[in-house]
Design a protein around this ligand. Structure first.
Ligand SMILES: [Zn+2]
Length: 380
């Protein structure tokens, strides 16, 4: 909430009863019912005032770069020729401090002219969301944990949640406020507001040593999690743990542990091994995380394109929704705990059992993955 009597910087003309403003360093909207125009305290000269409005001019239609620092900071966005911009103070050494893309930035004073002088917003603003100045070949760093979506729309389904600090390849110009991006082989879209240009190296999805591509034969990367309980009849499954595995009989493996337990620290990043569709994303009451249960926690079940089911048990966090399409290599979530920190990985294929499903050894299943799957796992 903005206290009564406060001033906010206006970004563009009001529309539909809402005024675009800059608040708390971000782009936002306030109801026009509760804002009144004030006199521009800095006058209309961007080089003289404390704050005000300036207009981009004489760029031959190219627009003007707004940078994080003068003279060679990263480009936050490009403000179109003729568009107005909010200034933050007096120009210095040929650079004017401004607000662009919801952030503080700097623009060359040479291409800024005085605003309308009334403090009124540009009647024909050209939207310039943060970072929209990037294009094919640039690299964008994710500023907050962010969704990558299948289409350039906030309403599009989420392909994957990307952690803050990851560096993505920008593969084209922004459209509808989204960049097309390539995240180590996964191609999708991300809001321009969530990416800042960087020269850092592109991120690898399973890089950094903190993630495990579960059970995928040679695609475990540098990590080989210890198997704390193998598939099949174990002393535990036939003894102290037998109460847990009553369901195994219906999967054709009576008295057996119907999956593999991989020991790993709580919160280990895990990845989808085979493309398919999410059936469950937590909250089933099965395969719970001992520290909590509910939507986004517990059982992740994927139905593969050829009708198999893969279960990640005891997950502490699942950034997916039932019905969502998933592709090999994307983040499945974070591991959790049940009777110790581990992942329970289970694979079911249609079978002649009481449940209609046959549990099979995940290590054999993934060892026999087809070359098509292997290609998917490399993200190509
Ligand atoms: Zn298990």
């Amino acid at each position: 909430a903005i206290p009564a009597g406060s001033s906010v910087a206006v970004r563009a003309a009001a529309s539909g009863g809402w005024q675009q403003v800059t608040c708390a360093g971000r782009n936002g909207y306030v109801s026009t019912m509760f804002v009144t125009a004030t006199t521009d305290p800095g006058g209309s000269n961007p080089g003289a005032g404390q704050s005000g409005t300036a207009r981009v001019a004489n760029t031959s239609g190219d627009g003007l770069r707004c940078r994080t620092a003068a003279p060679s900071g990263l480009v936050i966005t490009i403000i179109a020729e003729g568009a107005s911009i909010t200034t933050r103070g007096a120009s210095s050494n040929g650079w004017t401090p401004v607000v662009c893309g919801g952030r503080d930035g700097f623009m060359s004073s040479q291409f800024l002219t005085a605003g309308s002088g009334t403090g009124a917003p540009d009647p024909n603003p050209i939207p310039a969301p943060g970072g929209s100045g990037m294009g094919n070949g640039d690299r964008g760093k994710v500023s907050v944990r962010a969704n990558m979506r299948y289409q350039a729309s906030m309403g599009a389904q989420v392909m994957i949640v990307v952690e803050r600090g990851e560096v993505l390849q920008i593969t084209g110009n922004a459209t509808n406020g989204f960049y097309p991006v390539n995240y180590d082989g996964l191609r999708a879209f991300m809001s321009v507001d969530l990416l800042t240009e960087t020269s850092e190296p592109l991120s690898k999805r399973s890089g950094g040593g903190s993630g495990v591509s579960v059970g995928v034969g040679a695609v475990l990367g540098s990590l080989t999690p210890r198997i704390s309980q193998p598939f099949g009849q174990t002393a535990f499954s036939m003894g102290a743990g037998s109460w847990m595995y009553g369901y195994a009989a219906g999967l054709g493996v009576p008295l057996a542990h119907p999956g593999i337990d991989y020991s790993m620290p709580y919160g280990t990043r895990l990845y989808i091994p085979v493309s398919g569709t999410v059936v469950y994303a937590g909250g089933t009451g099965w395969f719970r995380d001992s520290r909590g249960d509910g939507a986004g926690r517990g059982e992740l079940r994927i139905r593969t394109d050829n009708g198999h089911e893969i279960i990640f048990g005891h997950m502490s966090w699942i950034p997916l929704l039932p019905g969502q399409r998933v592709v090999a290599g994307e983040l499945a979530g974070l591991s959790g705990s049940f009777n110790g920190d581990h992942l329970h990985l289970e694979v079911r294929v249609p079978g002649n059992t009481s449940s209609g499903w046959q549990a099979i050894d995940p290590s054999r299943y993934f060892a026999g993955a087809t070359s098509a799957y292997r290609n998917q796992l490399t993200g190509v």
